[in-house]
Design a protein around this ligand. Structure first.
Ligand code: UD1
Length: 339
């Protein structure tokens, strides 16, 4: 029988792509999402892609009662936990919300899982746990450095899981440190929602290509990088989603906890991203060099060999795939909104 997985935050950007990857891999998946930051039409679109009904439970991971009901109604083999807040600037302004949702949500979920005897968890972490790293490409052994409350919640979340798996051998956790997710599903039915003015580079570029925003601000060209602009390890969201399937396979087959980077091991500058998107969209992408963004890191690139060794994970998609799938998604999505 297919193993059953609970996907918290499964209607969000990475969650929805992971839903599709898990279903493709033969898992029976139930989405649990509060829709606080996800579009209501995502489940229908997922059903369109898979041709199967999607099971969605609306609820908040901070509610023990809601979670007990979920675990009481069905048995689950594991949980993939995405439900969290993720905007760095907002975390500085509203730290309590970040600790409440990202850490309160995590511990409430872990207690509900423990009570139900479900002790396998894949956790969404971030490269931001490295702060400004001493070494790039950055290995998983680099030390924790918190830069903001969002980063603090990811560090403490990892520590909670490490303590739990050390205390109880029945527990196993896969901690996945994402670098910069980009792109959209090949169906162009699922992607990053561009409704608000984006903080992150890729959705911002996409909106400029669409003509909805005037120009890109390039945050600084005086970093110690080949062209002076910030360098990041952009990873196609479908590759990232596949990393979750491999992490889950490992947890369920061998029960081995692991902490791995999910990146490509290659970096691209802001100007390279703009050029690549220009080619994919065939649009003019005006930009202005502005001051550095406070708190920004010059270079974030993953050491990717541990994910390859432990999970057999390597990325398959290129930068061109990230830009062309983003463009296909945002143009079709925008067209639908004008209906
Ligand atoms: C940001 C967060 C990171 C979080 C991740 C989630 C900060 C400082 N970091 O990562 O903690 O895990 O989002 O997705 O917010 N850039 C521009 N112009 C823009 C936007 C970005 O030049 O309008 C540059 C940035 O300076 C950076 C690169 O593009 O060099 C990527 O930025 P972004 O997409 O915001 O991601 P991160 O900063 O890496």
């Amino acid at each position: 029988m297919a193993k059953r997985i609970l996907l918290t935050g499964g209607a969000g950007y990475i969650g929805s792509h992971t839903y599709l990857a898990l279903v493709e891999a033969g898992y029976d998946v139930v989405i649990f999402d509060s829709f606080a930051n996800a579009r209501r039409d995502v489940p229908d679109r997922l059903a369109q892609v898979t041709g199967k009904p999607v099971t969605v439970i609306e609820g908040d991971v901070r509610s023990r009662q809601a979670l007990d009901q979920v675990f009481g109604d069905r048995s689950f083999d594991a949980v993939v936990h995405f439900a969290a807040l993720k905007a760095v600037g907002e975390s500085v302004e509203r730290p309590l919300d970040y600790f409440d949702v990202n850490l309160g949500g995590l511990t409430t979920l872990l207690k509900a899982m423990d009570a139900a005897g479900c002790r396998r968890l894949v956790f969404s972490s971030s490269a931001c746990v490295y702060g400004i790293p001493d070494e790039t490409p950055t290995p998983e052994t680099a030390e924790y450095r918190a830069m903001n409350p969002y980063g603090q919640t990811k560090i403490v979340g990892e520590q909670v899981l490490t303590a739990l798996t050390a205390a109880n051998p029945d527990w196993a956790a896969g901690i996945l440190r994402y670098f910069n997710p980009a792109g959209a599903h090949r169906s162009a039915l699922i992607g990053e929602d561009p409704r608000d003015i984006p903080n992150n580079l890729m959705p911002y570029i996409a909106r400029v290509a669409l003509g909805e925003l005037d120009r890109i601000s390039v945050f600084g060209d005086d970093y110690d990088t080949p062209d002076g602009t910030g360098v990041r390890d952009y990873i196609h969201v479908e590759d990232l989603a596949r990393g979750h399937v491999l992490s889950l396979d490992r947890l369920l087959d061998a029960g081995d906890s692991h902490v791995v980077n999910l990146g490509t091991g290659r970096g691209h500058s802001v100007l390279e991203m703009i050029e690549a998107y220009k080619r994919a969209s065939n649009r003019d992408l005006p930009y202005t060099i502005t001051d550095r963004r406070p708190g920004d890191v010059p270079v974030y690139v993953a050491r990717a060999d541990k994910a390859a060794q432990v999970l057999g994970f390597t990325t398959e998609k290129t930068l061109e795939d990230m830009c062309s799938s983003s463009w296909a998604w945002i143009t079709s999505d925008a067209a639908r909104r004008e209906d």
